[in-house]
Design a protein around this ligand. Structure first.
Ligand code: ASC
Length: 127
């Protein structure tokens, strides 16, 4: 899928960046740091949920060097890494569903769950 390891790294970092920008917009609303706009929250959460599907196929063998914070554990503990990736996708989908309800309390709970996955995975797999 990728011509070089560098492309795989750029691809996954770009996907994660777009996901974070959209997730962060919703999280800021959930935290009361930005005014709540139900339409923007729903659109942003939908994009974040879609983007959450993309990074994982780009963690190809040999892409642990270069412009990346990826730890070797991604490849040595692949089962746990995949489990985290799947949990994130499930929780991002739940956040998108919550955002579509337009209810800020639903969104707050779902933001907490989804964000928890970011941190769990970073602690274990990002240097
Ligand atoms: C973000 C971001 C993360 C998560 C994490 C939540 O917006 O970049 O890594 O949320 O901070 O605990």
């Amino acid at each position: 899928q990728f011509a070089k390891a560098e492309d795989a790294i750029k691809y996954r970092r770009s996907a994660l960046f777009v996901m974070q920008q959209n997730f962060g917009r919703v999280a800021a609303m959930a935290a009361g740091k930005a005014p709540f706009d139900a339409k923007v929250a729903a659109e942003s959460a939908e994009v974040a949920a879609f983007m959450s599907k993309l990074p994982w196929s780009a963690f190809v063998e040999g892409s642990d060097k270069g412009d990346t914070k990826a730890k070797a554990e991604i490849w040595t503990d692949k089962a746990k890494f995949n489990e985290n990736a799947e949990k994130l996708q499930a929780d991002m989908a739940k956040l998108s569903a919550a955002a579509k309800t337009g209810n800020l309390d639903n969104i707050k709970a779902a933001v907490g769950a989804a964000g928890g996955n970011c941190k769990t995975c970073h602690d274990a797999f990002r240097s």
